[in-house]
Design a protein around this ligand. Structure first.
Ligand SMILES: Nc1ncnc2c1ncn2[C@@H]1O[C@H](COP(=O)(O)OP(=O)(O)OP(=O)(O)O)[C@@H](O)[C@H]1O
Ligand SMILES: [Mg+2]
Length: 150
């Protein structure tokens, strides 16, 4: 049933817990796993980019590189967790809008399940869901496993 599982990670401890649950599912179902990090262009430097794009190209490039690095780290962490269970993970880092791109890549990759944390890097514990989790749960046409441990 869950041949292909998409694990969305923002590198937070919450998404790590979610990844662990996703890997457990993958073990049970023999699934192929993809770990996805979205470099959040809207949030991290969208407004800044609009305001000062001409004078701050270097700054923006630096922020972008930093987020790409975070993406490398976050997806590698998922791959490491999976490796312990003998599961190979494909890693994907894209630039865009997290919720939209999680949904898009799940569709494009014909995923059967999305796994994610209930909250993430902002981590306002006690809030029902973070905005990315909220949007994915509302708009996904495939099952979403939302993992909370706060
Ligand atoms: N940029 C991202 N790329 C991939 N997955 C993400 C990204 N951002 C969030 N997620 C996934 O969504 C889960 C919930 O994070 P979310 O961003 O919704 O909460 P938050 O960071 O606490 O709050 P908010 O971002 O709304 O301020 C994370 O644990 C992670 O699995
Ligand atoms: Mg977030």
């Amino acid at each position: 049933m869950f041949e292909r599982i998409l694990i969305a990670t923002d590198g937070s401890k919450h998404s790590e817990r979610a990844a662990e649950a996703g890997i457990e599912m993958a073990k049970l179902y023999g699934s192929a796993v993809t770990a996805l990090f979205v470099v959040d262009i809207g949030k991290e430097y969208g407004p800044l980019g609009d305001l000062v794009s001409k004078v701050a190209d270097d700054l923006i490039a630096g922020i972008r590189r930093n987020l790409q690095d975070q993406g490398e780290k976050a997806t590698k962490k998922v791959a490491e967790i999976a490796e312990k269970s003998g599961i190979v993970v494909s890693r994907k880092i894209v630039e865009g809008y997290p919720a939209d791109d999680i949904i898009r890549i799940a569709k494009e990759g014909k995923m059967n399940l999305i796994v994610m944390g209930g909250i993430g890097a902002t981590g306002l514990e006690g809030f029902l869901l973070g905005s990315v989790a909220d949007k994915v749960v509302r708009s996904s046409h495939i099952p979403v496993l939302v993992v909370r441990n706060d």
